[in-house]
Design a protein around this ligand. Structure first.
Ligand SMILES: NC(=O)c1ccc[n+]([C@@H]2O[C@H](COP(=O)([O-])OP(=O)(O)OC[C@H]3O[C@@H](n4cnc5c(N)ncnc54)[C@H](O)[C@@H]3O)[C@@H](O)[C@H]2O)c1
Length: 351
């Protein structure tokens, strides 16, 4: 069977999706939907996509399609996913899941009802170093992981000003929802801990409102009336049922030495680990000497090509989604709680 895939949104990330789907032998890029005619035509031409729609509703209603990739502004994630699932399509949804947990929940319920593969495109999980660290953690090399620190500090890295990214109504939030979602999802995946009990968070808007820090990501058209009203720095402390903690720090804009710092650090009873570059910190056995190890030849039990291949394999029943719907709901709940805690000034209890 060939999976006929439609892509909705022909912006900055669409090419990555199309490139992968184009290379997958059991799939065909069959349609694109995009409101901007230049971007729609450019993608259609580059990948020889036979059908092009202006409205996503028309693509979702296309009976020839089995599956859709959603690469749209965040505000459209839940409604378009719901409509696609209701129309019987499998869905690969780019991050973040939704503006709010309640919306995400409805999407998951629809996927279960319709028995379709719904997967969030959490590409950081598929990195070679992520997969190697995951294997080391699963083997027990770190012992009990009781603390993690995840950060993505960009110095001058806001998406393009005047686009949906920086406007709360259309994006739901700033750096935490946009890139913090990656570090949060990746850390929970690495430590395999999906039982948060409380969240404290604080968000800050210190630069974008003053017209500072534009990095330029995004292809959407600018609209001068779309004002910057989201955070450009956010911090969160998440406590888990087993008393483990995660400190999460995320910026689009921050005064610091480097232009970009992004890492996940894990602290266990037997060793610590740093993801990028991958290193372990521990006492050597039996000498007790302290050593910093660059793991070599870590055998990864299952080598994933990409999030798109994993999703297509799952549709064909050849594999399971690496990123499950329940995991993505936990991530969304924590994100909601970071914003809620910041607004209330209080810790948010999750159970
Ligand atoms: N996984 C990743 O690492 C990653 C990276 C970048 C972006 N993303 C996510 O992908 C999504 C898209 O991001 P992007 O960078 O491509 O944004 P973008 O602004 O470059 O592109 C969005 C596209 O959607 C189109 N669009 C808007 N409303 C539409 C509608 N009603 N119907 C059809 N098309 C419509 C816009 O015209 C634009 O071309 C976002 O949710 C973003 O968070 C994920």
């Amino acid at each position: 069977m060939t999976i006929n895939v439609g892509i909705i949104g022909a912006g900055a990330i669409a090419d990555d999706h199309c490139n992968a789907i184009h290379r997958y032998s059991g799939a065909s890029l069959a349609a694109v939907a995009e409101i901007n005619p230049e971007r729609r035509d450019a993608l259609k031409k580059k990948y020889a996509i036979p059908k092009a729609y202006e409205q996503w509703t028309d693509l979702v209603a296309d009976p020839d399609l089995h599956a859709v990739v959603i690469a749209l502004p965040n505000v459209l994630h839940a409604p378009v996913s719901l409509a696609a699932l209701q129309a019987g399509k499998h869905v690969l949804l780019d991050k973040p899941f939704a503006l709010k947990y309640a919306e995400a929940r409805r999407v998951v319920d629809a996927a279960r009802r319709k028995q379709k593969v719904l997967m969030l495109g959490m590409n950081q999980r598929y990195r070679q170093d992520s997969q190697m660290l995951k294997e080391l953690v699963d083997r027990g090399e770190l012992g009990e992981i009781y603390h993690a620190k995840a950060f993505w500090y960009r110095r001058m890295g806001s998406p393009k000003f005047g686009t949906w990214f920086v406007n709360k109504k259309l994006s739901g939030g700033g750096c935490m929802l946009d890139i913090g979602v990656h570090n949060l999802d990746l850390t929970l995946y690495l430590i395999d801990n999906w039982e948060p009990v409380s969240v404290s968070g604080q968000i800050y808007g210190k630069f974008g409102h003053r017209g500072i820090g534009e990095g330029g990501w995004g292809k959407s058209d600018c609209n001068a009336r779309l004002k910057f009203d989201v955070e450009d720095f956010a911090t969160g402390l998440i406590k888990f049922r087993n008393q483990a903690t995660l400190e999460l720090n995320i910026s689009w804009v921050l005064h610091q030495e480097q232009a970009d710092r992004n890492n996940v650090e894990l602290y266990g009873t037997e060793a610590g680990a740093s993801l990028a570059p991958l290193k372990l910190f521990r006492q050597a056995k039996p000498s007790g000497e302290y050593e910093v190890v660059v793991p070599q030849n870590v055998k990864i039990p299952h080598r994933y090509e990409s999030r798109q291949f994993n999703w297509l394999d799952a549709i064909l029943g050849k594999d399971k989604p690496l990123c499950t719907m329940d995991q993505s709901l936990v991530v969304q709940r924590i994100l909601d709680a970071i914003y809620a805690s910041s607004a209330s000034g209080k810790e948010v209890r999750l159970r």
